[in-house]
Design a protein around this ligand. Structure first.
Ligand code: BV8
Ligand code: ZN
Length: 258
C-alpha cells in the first residue's frame, strides 16, 4: 500500500505523536462531518430549519414543546444509525491501539467512535442512545425512530409516567461528573493532546485542551478552519479529519489506518 504524501506539518505532528507516552484525543462535531452527521454550525433542515440548535438543545425547549425536541433527537438518532465511521474515526482507534492508555474524550453524542473500535470514549455531552426519564432518570428503552423528521411525542417513563428525554447534556445543564473528572484528570497528566473537529466554543468542554496546554502538553489541532485553539496548538493541521488523521498515523507508524 503506497503511503500518503506527507507535508511538513504532518511530519512535525507525527514526530510528536511518535514520541508521546500519555495521549489524549479530544473530538467535536467535525470528526463526524465526513460520515454525514451535520455539525452544530450547520444550519438545521426540515421541520427544524427555523430553529437554532443551541436553542433546541435546552430543557426549556423540551418543556415548551416536547414533541418537537424529541422528534429532533429521534431524527438525529436515525441519521447516526445510517452513518458509518470514517477513516478519521478508525485512525483515532489506531492511535489508541498504538499508545496504551490513550484517553478519548468526545463532545459528540453519536456512537461512531465506538463503531470504529474505540474502547469507552468519555462522552462529555451524553449520547443519543441512552434515553431516560426526565423526572426519575429511569433508563428508557429505545423506540423505532422515524426516518422522516417529524414531531414525535416522547414516550412515558415505565416507572413514573413522566416524559422520557434524550440522554444528552443540554445547554444550562451540568456535564456528567465522572466523565468530566476523568477528562480533566487525563488532560492534566497527558504529554500530547490531539484536538479534532471542534470550534472550541462550548464550555466547560473547551477547557480541556487549555488545561493540557497550560500544564505543558503539546497540542496538535486538526481542523480545516481557524479556531480559538490555534494559539495553543504546536501544530495546526488544516484539513478534514478523514484525510489528515490517517496521514498522521501513517507518518508516525507507517501503516495508514484508514
Ligand atoms: C453548563 C449535546 C452550567 C446536546 C451539547 C463559559 C463561557 C461562556 C458560556 C458558558 C461558559 N460556561 C457555560 C456556558 C454556557 C454554555 C456554553 O458553553 N455556551 C457557549 C455556546 C457560549 N455551556 C453549557 O450550557 C454547559 N452547561 O454550563 O451548565 C451548570 C453547571 C453546574 C450545574 C448546573 C449547570 C453544557 C454545554 C453542553 C451542551 N450540549 N451537545 C446535543 O448534541 O444536542 S454542546 C454541542 O455543541 C456539541 O456536543 C459540541 O460540544 C458543541 C458543538 O461544538 P463542536 O463539536 O466544536 O462543533 P461545531 O459545529 O461548533 O464546530 C465544528 C468544527 O469542526 C468547526 O471548527 C469546523 O471548522 C470543524 N470541521 C468541520 N468539518 C470538519 C471539521 N474538522 C475536521 N474535519 C472535518 N471534516
Ligand atoms: Zn420516571
Amino acid at each position: 500500500m503506497e503511503s500518503i504524501p506527507v507535508d511538513q506539518p504532518v511530519r512535525a505532528a507525527a514526530e510528536l505523536l511518535g514520541r508521546a507516552r500519555r495521549v489524549v484525543v479530544f473530538t467535536g462535531a467535525g470528526m463526524s462531518a465526513e460520515s454525514g452527521v451535520p455539525t452544530f454550525r450547520d444550519a438545521l433542515t426540515g421541520l427544524w430549519q427555523r430553529y437554532d440548535a443551541q436553542a433546541l438543545a435546552t430543557p426549556e425547549a423540551f418543556r415548551a414543546d416536547p414533541a418537537l425536541v424529541w422528534g429532533w433527537y429521534e431524527w438525529r438518532r436515525h441519521a447516526v444509525r445510517l452513518a458509518r465511521p470514517n477513516p478519521g474515526h478508525r485512525a483515532v482507534a489506531a492511535i489508541q491501539a498504538r499508545v496504551p492508555g490513550t484517553v478519548l474524550i468526545t463532545q459528540n453524542v453519536d456512537d461512531l467512535h465506538e463503531r470504529a473500535g474505540s474502547p469507552d470514549p468519555l462522552h462529555l455531552h451524553g449520547s443519543l442512545f441512552a434515553p431516560r426519564c426526565s423526572a426519575c432518570a429511569h433508563p428508557a428503552p429505545m423506540q423505532d425512530e422515524p426516518a422522516d423528521g417529524r414531531r414525535v411525542s416522547p414516550p412515558e417513563c415505565a416507572r413514573c409516567a413522566a416524559p422520557v428525554r434524550p440522554g444528552v447534556v443540554w445547554f444550562g445543564e451540568a456535564l456528567p461528573g465522572a466523565a468530566l473528572e476523568a477528562a480533566v484528570e487525563a488532560a492534566s497528566s497527558c504529554d500530547l493532546l490531539v484536538t479534532v473537529g471542534t470550534s472550541g466554543l462550548v464550555y466547560p468542554a473547551a477547557e480541556i485542551p487549555q488545561v493540557a496546554a497550560r500544564l505543558g502538553a503539546a497540542v496538535i489541532q486538526v481542523n480545516p478552519e481557524q479556531t480559538p485553539l490555534d494559539p495553543i496548538a504546536e501544530v495546526n493541521l488544516r484539513g478534514p479529519a478523514a484525510t489528515v488523521l490517517p496521514a498522521l498515523v501513517d507518518a508516525a507508524w507507517g501503516d495508514p489506518a484508514g
